[in-house]
Design a protein around this ligand. Structure first.
Ligand code: GLN
Length: 559
């Protein structure tokens, strides 16, 4: 087993995850099996209880793990399926060590960060790296370990120390340290400044880790002068200082690193041969070119809750992008704050209200993504009503499905004040209800989570067409509420069809409106399984419908 450890310096948000995933793509292109572990040095056991507006989206895995969004980068870039153990947090390590202590495993000993926590971290990494992969059942050749946060943080100290020791546990020939840093550009002539990188590498070396490769994020290509300086001050070979400058799309990052010999460096370190032809990289090249060449636009209005952190809807954005590549359209996302569509805003801020409605109405398609809490719910309901009545293509996800049901019940069935009990406990028509098996006392890890089966019960449905005529599918879930099965028949007789249900037939998974070009909503989150060349079917449907293209019948479907 070979390990590639990716750390980061200077500041967070450098695109370390994309860089690490890109290294994975290069290793995969050489025929190696790659898996990944993301380390998050926070005390939460997992990302499940964290706000997406603070930390980016919560990524859901097949096994129900609620993980950091970087796991999504790995799954999408490497086309692999990971599990909850691929995300290691301080919370998980400490829980494990404390549990062992209570069992008496360390009887007589003082339990300490070094060696008990650091040993536990190393054991975890080794175990996960050696586990057969969830999807293929095969063993991996390389494990990428990405350390979250920036080197020097108090939180990450035990992990750095564990990784320092780990190089001796596995042998220095079997581990490659990559440090990702920032090169700011300053002054009138745009000088590339290397000092922050010098400092962060010095800090890392002070902690006992010498990077084999330094990858420098910068706006422009790293100059030869900057490269030499970094090599000199950071104790790395000059050909091991790589430039990760801004590129036209993220699919170019693996190609950019490849051109600078990243794979050659890894092959020398790990002693493997690079095959002459690497079809995987050719595919990436084709994809990157295709993405750059898209010109004809399609605009999708995303009606959600925003605080300026676009990472809060990362997988949805990726899924839209991937679908736009397959539909050969250039994607434009109009971010619309749902609450700004509500009537009160018309009085308090008429311009904002008018502008929000104009942007919604100008869009070719409407998407209402998942969400929690009641802010903006009425605005989302108004957006659904608009999409339904104007025959605008619509995709609802999770909460998006729930608000579609509420809208339909209020405005088509005339059930006044129909609502979800999440937003109004006393509604006369509780059309969305709390699922009976879900805990009311513990919020962490207790939702209906992960991969579940949906049976598609109508061969003439959009769902059947989009999912290649399959009788059943598996998609990932993350919710506490569901459509109230008591109202199922009345809703169906009014024209809203439940074309996908779980195997009890009591849990609604997919809804479609007849007599509408594309009105489709899912209780599950299809965005978590999208791939650049295999877009998620519901998103593909939305993009095709929004660009007035016929959704191919599954027999003619390309993918
Ligand atoms: N709040 C809703 C529920 O818990 C929707 C969740 C979601 O959109 N992920 O069921």
């Amino acid at each position: 087993m070979k390990y590639v450890v990716v750390s980061g310096g200077v500041l967070s948000g450098l695109g370390k995850g994309v860089t690490a995933s890109s290294i994975g793509v290069l290793l995969k292109s050489a025929g190696l099996g790659v898996t990944a572990i993301k380390i998050d040095p926070y005390l939460n056991s997992d990302a499940g209880t964290m706000s997406p507006f603070e930390h980016g989206e919560v990524f859901v895995l097949d096994d129900g793990g609620e993980a950091d969004l970087d796991l999504g980068n790995y799954e999408r870039f490497l086309d692999i399926t990971l599990g909850r153990d691929n995300n290691l947090t301080t919370g998980k390590v400490y829980s494990k060590v404390i549990e062992s202590e209570r069992k008496g495993d360390y009887l007589g000993k003082t339990v300490q960060v070094v060696p008990h926590i650091t040993d536990s971290i190393q054991d975890w990494i080794e175990d996960v790296a050696h586990k057969p992969r969830n999807d293929t059942g095969k063993l991996s050749d390389v494990c990428i370990v990405e350390l979250g946060g920036t080197v020097g943080d108090i939180e990450s100290a035990p992990f750095i120390e564990a990784l320092r020791q780990f190089q001796f546990r596995v042998g220095t020939d079997n581990i490659c340290f990559i440090h990702v840093s920032l090169i700011p550009v300053m002054g009138p002539v745009g000088e590339q400044k290397t000092k922050p990188t010098q400092h962060t590498v010095r800090e890392l070396r002070g902690l006992g880790i010498t990077p084999d490769i330094v990858i420098c994020r910068s706006e422009t290509k790293l100059t030869e002068e900057a490269k030499q300086k970094i090599a000199l001050f950071c104790h790395v070979k000059s050909n091991a200082v790589l430039s990760a400058n801004d590129v036209s799309n993220i699919y170019r990052v693996p190609l950019l690193l490849d051109q600078q010999g990243a794979l050659v460096l890894l092959s020398q370190k790990f002693n493997f041969k690079i095959p002459k032809s690497r079809p995987l990289l050719d595919e990436w090249m084709d994809m990157a070119t295709h993405v750059d060449d898209l010109t004809e636009k399609v605009t999708i209005a995303m009606v959600g809750k925003y605080t300026g952190l676009s990472d809060s809807y990362l997988s949805v954005t990726k899924a839209l992008n991937h679908a736009s590549f397959a539909a050969s359209r250039k994607l434009v996302i109009e971010w619309i704050e749902a609450s700004n569509l509500e009537n009160e805003v018309e009085k308090s801020d008429p311009d904002l209200y008018a502008d929000s409605w104009r942007r919604l109405k100008d869009a070719d398609g409407v998407l209402v993504p998942g969400g929690f809490g009641d802010r903006g719910v009425e605005g989302k309901i108004l957006a659904v009503e608009y999409a339904r009545k104007s025959s605008t293509p619509f995709l609802g996800i999770c909460l998006g499905l729930q608000v579609s049901i509420i809208e339909f019940c209020r405005n088509v069935l005339n059930w006044e004040n129909a609502n979800s009990t999440e937003f109004n406990d006393n509604t006369p028509y509780p059309v969305i209800i709390y699922m009976p098996e879900i805990s009311k006392t513990h919020l962490g890890g207790t939702m209906r989570l992960g991969s579940r089966k949906t049976i598609i019960n109508d061969k003439n449905s959009l769902a059947s067409r989009l999912y290649h005529g399959l009788d059943y599918i598996y998609e990932r879930h993350r919710h506490r509420y569901e459509v109230n099965p008591d109202f199922m028949n009345q809703i169906e007789s009014a024209g809203m069809k439940f074309v996908g249900k779980d195997d009890t037939s009591q849990r609604m998974e997919i809804i479609e409106l007849k007599n509408h070009p594309f009105f489709f909503a899912t209780q599950y989150h299809p965005e978590f399984k999208t791939r650049p060349t295999k877009p998620s079917p519901p998103f593909y449907g939305l993009l095709m419908a929004s660009s007035n293209q016929k959704i191919p019948n599954y027999s003619e479907n390309q993918f």
